[in-house]
Design a protein around this ligand. Structure first.
Ligand code: NAI
Length: 476
């Protein structure tokens, strides 16, 4: 058996950081070092204010840091002494060259393999945790083999990560399953057993699933494609609802009660976002095309196209509802993160909506409980902060003097129970005051009672400003 006493993880991002923190918490007998070439990120992991926000994460880091959890930019020594190495670097969509705009860029994964081969002088298990195209492990093996020092050998495993941002600590602590893909050989099996032993510290054996490497790699892409597909499907239905008077919440409830389908991931919204769904589906599309499976590629591409359609539709609806013009109007955006409980804005639908409104000449007042100001300005870089965007740390300040509130993230504090004082916001706004609920989380009849003109996804809106059916409560 291969003893695992030290683990090194390359990539201190949204995956590497939380994964290794939970690993260190659950395995006091293992020393975990997370390395990254980004010095700022490592300094933040070693500081009071962590680089990412995840509920419950800070407590774990504080408990383990300096004991069996370390963050460092000094990669070579950490790699040298590790028995097992996780690669959890980013695998973005290629922005140029072959496969531009669709294929996954594996340059960071490849450079990790090269560095490992260059510095390591004893055999190791290398675990692919990043989401990668099918058969990427073969490329890692090739690079390692071609550069290996004498007497050293590597076993490469696939162990995709299924955590979701916003619930990462819980997902890592209670995973639905852990996939470990590896070679069928005796050496491969030994490596699988070693990684399995690590997880067995806190995950029951029936949840640790061994499979061939390619199945493991493809399962991650397929899982993300299915998840995004479900949201695109309900969003497609939401458009039909708006055109007919059906209510997507009622339809979703009816669908979800079918035990074959279940109620989760049926929430219609402004669209899905995040760093993974789009890039992973594009990757699946690219792989399918490369394999001459054009119908398969077209099928999955449609999941992305539907999401683009949904985001644009929402932006257009805002403009149309506000008398077809928002030029020089002030609009508050509530929520900028791609989902609640994270400060991450990668591929956030809020960016798409904000750009749409800016292009129409609006002035935006943006508030998000967790996203940093600098990040919002970066995401909307082509617009001038002074003239078209202001960023607020207080929702009431953001709402003041605006014509409309646009909810782009489902933060609990915005929600159904109306934690915020919407009457106070209403009183400070220009009239007629609009609310566009892109997440379907607000109490629409309560808002209508205050006097707001409410528009939401998947529910027919009123016929015009004169029509007091604004909240859409009566349908047709
Ligand atoms: P990230 O961008 O937050 O973190 C990646 C880190 O790797 C960065 O800090 C970067 O500086 C570092 N890095 C890149 N190349 C390096 C190199 N050669 N040497 C040292 N450090 C290097 O990315 P994130 O979100 O953690 O994703 C990582 C992988 O996990 C991706 O493949 C992603 O698809 C996958 N994944 C992401 C999930 C998420 O929710 N963010 C969930 C499940 C999988």
């Amino acid at each position: 058996e291969i003893p695992i006493r030290k683990i090194c993880c390359i990539g201190a991002g949204y995956v590497g950081g939380p994964t290794c923190s939970v690993l260190a918490l659950k395995c006091p007998d293992i020393q975990v070092t997370v390395v990254d070439r980004n010095e700022l990120r490592i300094n933040q992991w070693n500081s009071e204010k962590l680089p990412i926000y995840e509920p419950g994460l800070e407590e774990i880091v504080k408990q383990c840091r300096g004991k069996n959890l370390f963050f460092s930019t000094d990669m070579a020594p950490a790699l040298k002494e590790a028995d097992l190495i996780f690669i959890s670097v980013n695998t973005p969509t290629k922005t140029f060259g072959l496969g531009k705009g669709r294929a996954a860029d594996l340059k960071f994964v490849e450079s990790c393999a090269r560095l490992i081969a260059e510095v390591c002088d004893r055999s190791k298990i290398v675990v692919e945790k990043s989401t990668v195209p099918v058969r990427s492990a073969a490329s890692i093996v090739n690079v390692l083999k071609a550069n290996t020092k004498p007497g050293v050998s590597y076993q490469v495993l696939s162990n995709p990560e299924f955590l979701a941002e916003g619930t990462a600590v819980n997902d890592l602590t209670n995973p639905d399953r852990v996939l470990i893909g590896g070679e069928e050989s005796e050496e491969g099996k030994k490596a699988i057993r070693a990684l399995s032993w690590v997880y067995r510290h806190w995950v029951s054996a029936d949840k640790i699933i061994e499979m061939n490497t390619w199945s493991s790699e493809l399962s991650k892409l397929a899982a993300n494609a299915f998840l995004a597909q479900r949201i695109s499907s309900i969003n497609a239905i939401s458009a039909v609802c708006e055109a007919t008077g059906a209510d997507v919440s009622e339809v979703a409830k009816a669908i979800g009660l079918d035990s074959r389908l279940g109620p989760k991931f049926l929430q219609a919204s402004v669209g899905w976002g995040g760093s993974c769904f789009q890039k992973d589906i594009l990757n699946l599309v690219y792989i399918s095309e490369s394999l001459n499976l054009t119908s398969v590629a077209a099928y999955w591409q449609q999941v992305i196209d539907m999401n683009e359609y949904q985001k644009s539709r929402f932006g257009e609806r805002i403009v149309q509802s506000m008398f077809n013009t928002i030029t020089d109007k002030h609009i508050a955006i509530l929520g900028f993160a791609f989902k609640k409980n994270t400060g991450d804005t990668r591929e956030s639908p809020a960016i798409h909506v904000a750009k749409h409104l800016l292009e129409e000449g609006a002035f935006l007042h943006i508030f998000d409980p967790k996203v940093e100001k600098a990040q919002i300005l970066l995401d909307l870089a082509q617009w001038d902060e002074e003239s078209s965007i202001s960023i607020h740390t207080d929702p009431y300040e953001a709402a003041k003097g605006t014509h409309a509130l646009v909810v782009c993230t489902e933060w609990d504090q915005f929600t159904v129970t109306l934690t915020y004082d919407y009457q106070r916001m209403y009183d400070s706004m220009l009239k007629p005051a609009f609310v566009f609920d892109g997440r379907k989380i607000l109490d629409h009849s309560a808002l209508a009672k205050i006097g707001f003109h409410v528009e939401t996804i998947g529910k027919r809106h009123g016929q015009g400003f004169q029509d007091h059916n604004w909240a859409g409560t009566n349908g047709i």
